[in-house]
Write a protein that binds this ligand. Structure first.
Ligand code: PGA
Length: 323
């Protein structure tokens, strides 16, 4: 068969999007150019790879076989690329990361600093909630993942690299905003906004309140930390989030942390990979960078905010970094 890698790349893109148009955009080609290449590929294979039903296209059985082969071929090429880089001792190439949504409040500073030091690394980032991260981990889809709690049912190696305090937040004008040592029984009378099912923050919050045998009055379920903060500001209820999500709102004085008995609940951030995974040189370098450099990088990020005129009234995440 005389198929070329270029044709296989195009085929993979069409198969993943199930759209010639989107594949053309992804590959910076015109749609007819993609169609011609796929036609040629079909004539090499001797069978149609796609079938059209109405406006939608689907892979045929032959298309599915070819797609499975493509995955093997491209993953082998990627591994080869990594091994060659490793032989040269150069820190370059792809780094596939997945992080839980909450970690996006501080990880960009770490990526930025890492890329300044290793400009030939190409970070591919997937941001999703805890449940999807667990699935990705089980399917070995990433080099490394960053999450707030070590998975219980997977054989992984987890490195703790940063503290992650869970705090109780309320609008600045909340009647409890200036109270000290608020009993849990009092807080249980408030309405709580919660993250979506599958969120690590929600799991941690539920485990904590179940552990102290306190039923919460749950108001709305909101699908992100951003939505929760807006809900709290709007007076829909109070909530529990990672302290990392609140830097800007605390500095602006529009959200206050409540001094609730038992809070902050101290949790940690972990960088995790499957135990059997053979980490590439880039992944090993990033892991080491995270463990050794997080404190400096976040301290520097905080300085930039202060220089930009922001008043950090509350302890900023950097002072909570694990020693
Ligand atoms: P989440 O995860 O963004 O899914 O809530 C945070 C965590 O695991 O601590």
């Amino acid at each position: 068969m005389n198929m070329t890698l270029r044709q296989l790349t195009l085929f993979k893109s069409v198969a993943e999007h199930l759209s010639f148009t989107r594949a053309a955009v992804e590959m910076c080609l015109t749609q007819p150019a993609v169609s011609i290449q796929i036609k040629q590929l079909e004539s090499h294979v001797g069978m149609p790879l796609f079938e059209q039903i109405g406006k939608r296209i689907f892979l045929t059985d032959a298309g599915r076989e070819l797609y499975a082969a493509c995955q093997d071929i491209f993953s082998r090429i990627e591994t080869l690329d990594m091994s060659l880089n490793e032989l040269q001792g150069s820190i370059k190439g792809r780094l596939k990361l997945a992080v839980v949504t909450t970690a996006t409040y501080f990880t960009p500073h770490l990526f930025s600093r890492f890329l300044r030091q290793y400009p030939d690394v190409n970070i591919r980032l997937n941001v999703t909630n805890r449940n999807s991260i667990l699935e990705r981990l089980a399917n070995n889809e990433d080099d490394l993942v960053i999450m707030g709690q070590v998975p219980e049912h997977l054989n992984v190696q987890a490195h703790q690299f940063l503290e992650n305090p869970l705090v109780v937040l309320a609008p600045a004008n909340h009647p409890l905003a200036n109270e000290r040592n608020i009993p849990l029984s009092r807080i249980a009378q408030e309405t709580f906004l919660v993250r979506e099912l599958g969120s690590g923050t929600r799991l941690a919050m539920e485990r904590y309140f179940d552990g102290v045998e306190l039923g919460l009055k749950v108001g709305m379920e909101l699908g992100s930390s951003e939505a929760i903060k807006q809900g709290v500001i709007a007076g829909l209820g109070i909530s529990v989030l990672s302290r990392h999500t609140l830097t800007l709102e605390l500095a602006a004085g529009i959200i206050k942390l409540l001094d609730v008995e038992g809070f902050p609940q101290m949790r940690y951030w972990y960088i995790v990979h499957l135990s059997e995974k053979k980490l590439s040189l880039v992944a090993r370098t990033f892991l080491e960078f995270l463990i050794t450099r997080t404190r400096d990088v976040l301290t520097e990020a905080e300085k930039t905010l202060v220089e930009a005129g922001m008043h950090i009234n509350e302890p900023h995440p950097h002072i909570m970094i694990a020693k």
